[in-house]
Design a protein. Structure first.
Length: 592
């Protein structure tokens, strides 16, 4: 069947791409003229660990940062960042416009029908039986670690049912190397030597074999297949070592360069590609892009706005897709569930005691705190997370406090669309050289017993320097995952007085500063170490006892301020192995 004449956006001039590594792995940025960029799924944790140990053994350790080392050795992303790669886009949007937090255009509930095409190559035959993928993706309560269908049933409190059919194996007309082209298949301008051409050939092969594409594949009535999965023989580049990556396809969500008409009112325009040994985490993450319009919730760019890891292992759309070795991915963060109506919320604007119960397969709730001092569409989301079900491999458990600022974009580390308030105050998710994607110190009370959260300091309920007037006290988390706490809203006058007093204090520990602390009800922060002491610590030589990437980062920084850490028209997004980019070929659009 001939390909449909579906118009696509005109090509834009390819822009240079830079790489950075954060707690969630690596990410890339395209400096395209239209302001859009895309990223692939990050490398697997094993790959990043191997490269980091190589770095530790090199003579560059202690001289350059890990990020700089990656650039020096040429560990770069060859893909061009374009709208449509690893984001929620189903059609390439017009250039321009703000990259605000990419929220779903509509709630998604009910049945989601997926079409899976298994493809192999003359030089790489497929060997895994079709029944394996039927179990991995669509079985109900029988797959050992849970199927993708089980996953979405649990996180949606039973409001979503993912089903589908698996077709193939289909032999592609070209060898594997034709589609990878030494670029992991992610170079848009290398067409037909890339993954979009592989997807087109896969659909054409299915049509030639009389595979039926039913109208049920169009969930939203847009005339396109909502969820087209391409499973290829061979492994994914995201789990390969550096010299081998270009010869393998990097998992991603992207779009066909030449959409294929599969029925009178149905075309294949977007797809997901994963390797034959894919796991639930990667598949669930990519379906999040295709069907639920979620973007990647970490910083996909690299530049002056900082680098960071977003929601880390607490969220399917960040590093959480790798939890449980990819077999038991984390739940989506509370915001994702809430926007689809899978859980309920209570809006609180006055002082009171709160009880928050954990998510179950049949119910879920969050508390939304709104201060009169917040800007429109700024709020806090409070959720209880415990290690059970698909959340079994969370880095910790307790109360998670999310800051949501909907008008913001997810790519700004200093003021992102969504960020986690980390109870221990170390803010590991915000640091480019600390690849932790979350730990037991992030929740409240958490491993360190933090049971109070005020509105001042780097760990607070406030957005920027303007105090929220919200304090959380007496936070408790019991064995059943039930959170209890007291929320206090300060009177507008009191909050303003505390803020003004703080502004009057020129340095930490001054009387004015202490008065501000007392008025706000917060304990005084310990006095910072003298500058000379900090410099001496920062200049410690390698081998002086650093035991973690974060400790090393402090040394490599040599006393300089730490930057906050953290697709698109045609470049794919990779599967969340980084984050797939949860941890592969990913890229986040606005708060892929």
């Amino acid at each position: 069947m001939a390909r449909a004449a579906v118009s696509m956006r005109p090509k834009t001039r390819e822009a240079p791409m830079r790489l950075r590594v954060s707690s969630s792995g690596w990410t890339c940025r395209c400096q395209a003229g239209d302001g859009r960029f895309a990223c692939r799924v990050p490398p697997s944790p094993d790959v990043m660990t191997s490269i980091f140990m190589e770095y530790r053994r090199s003579d560059r350790y202690g001289t350059v940062s890990f990020n700089q080392y990656l650039e020096e050795i040429g560990f770069v992303d060859p893909s061009v960042g374009l709208v449509g790669m690893d984001d929620g886009a189903q059609f390439a949007p017009a250039p321009g416009g703000p990259l605000r937090l990419a929220l779903p255009s509509q709630p998604v509930q009910g049945s989601i029908e997926v079409k899976v095409l298994l493809v192999d190559f003359p030089d790489r035959p497929g060997l895994i039986p079709k029944a394996h993928y039927e179990g991995l993706l669509f079985s109900r309560d029988t797959y050992p670690t849970g199927s993708m269908r089980d996953y979405y049933a649990e996180v949606s409190t039973g409001k979503v049912d993912v089903s589908g059919t698996v077709e193939g194996w289909f032999r592609m007309p070209q060898p594997y190397s034709y589609y990878t082209n030494g670029e992991s298949g992610t170079k848009w301008d290398s067409y037909p030597h890339n993954a979009p051409r592989l997807a087109e050939d896969a659909v054409q092969a299915a049509l030639a074999a009389n595979v039926t594409f039913s109208s049920g594949l169009d969930k939203f009535g847009r005339g396109i297949i909502t969820a087209l999965f391409i499973v290829h023989s061979g492994r994914g580049a995201e789990v390969m070592q550096r010299p081998l990556q270009g010869a393998h396809i990097w998992s991603h969500k992207w779009q066909l360069r030449n959409p294929v008409q599969v029925a009178p009112d149905l075309a294949a325009t977007i797809y997901l590609v994963v390797p034959h040994d894919c796991k639930v985490g990667v598949c669930a993450h990519e379906l999040g892009h295709l069907a639920f319009e979620w973007q990647d919730f970490y910083d996909p760019n690299y530049g002056v706005d900082g680098q960071w890891s977003g929601s880390g292992r607490w969220d399917l759309m960040a590093g959480g897709s790798y939890n449980g070795d990819g077999a038991r991915p984390a739940h989506p963060a509370a915001l994702h569930k809430l926007k689809h109506g899978w859980i309920t919320s209570r809006t609180v604007t006055s002082s009171q005691k709160l009880t928050i119960r954990p998510h179950t397969p049949t119910s879920g709730e969050v508390v939304k705190l709104v201060s009169p001092r917040f800007e429109p569409r700024q709020y806090l989301l409070l959720e209880s997370r415990r290690r059970t079900g698909f959340d079994h491999d969370l880095p910790g458990e307790g109360l998670l406090v999310w800051k949501v600022d909907e008008p913001r974009e997810m790519t700004s580390a200093k003021s992102p669309g969504m960020s986690l308030v980390q109870a221990d105050g170390r803010n590991d998710l915000d640091r480019p050289d600390d690849w932790k994607q979350g730990d037991e110190g992030d929740p409240f009370p958490g491993a360190e017993g933090h049971n109070v959260l005020g509105d001042g300091g780097s760990t607070s309920t406030s957005f920027g320097t303007r105090r929220s007037g919200i304090t959380l006290k007496n936070i408790k988390f019991d064995a059943d995952g039930v959170v209890t706490l007291k929320v206090e809203f300060a009177a507008a006058g009191a909050a303003h007085a505390a803020e003004a007093a703080a502004d009057d204090g020129a340095a930490e520990g001054t009387p004015a500063k202490q008065r501000a602390v007392q008025k706000s009800g917060r304990k005084a922060a310990p006095k910072a170490a003298p500058r000379s002491t900090r410099k001496a610590t920062a200049k410690a030589a390698p081998g002086s006892g650093a035991k973690s990437p974060s400790e090393f980062a402090a040394k490599a920084a040599k006393g300089k301020p730490r930057r906050v850490a953290a697709v698109a028209r045609a470049a794919p997004r990779k599967v969340n192995a980084k984050h797939h980019k949860s941890a592969g070929a990913k890229r986040s659009r606005r708060v892929t």
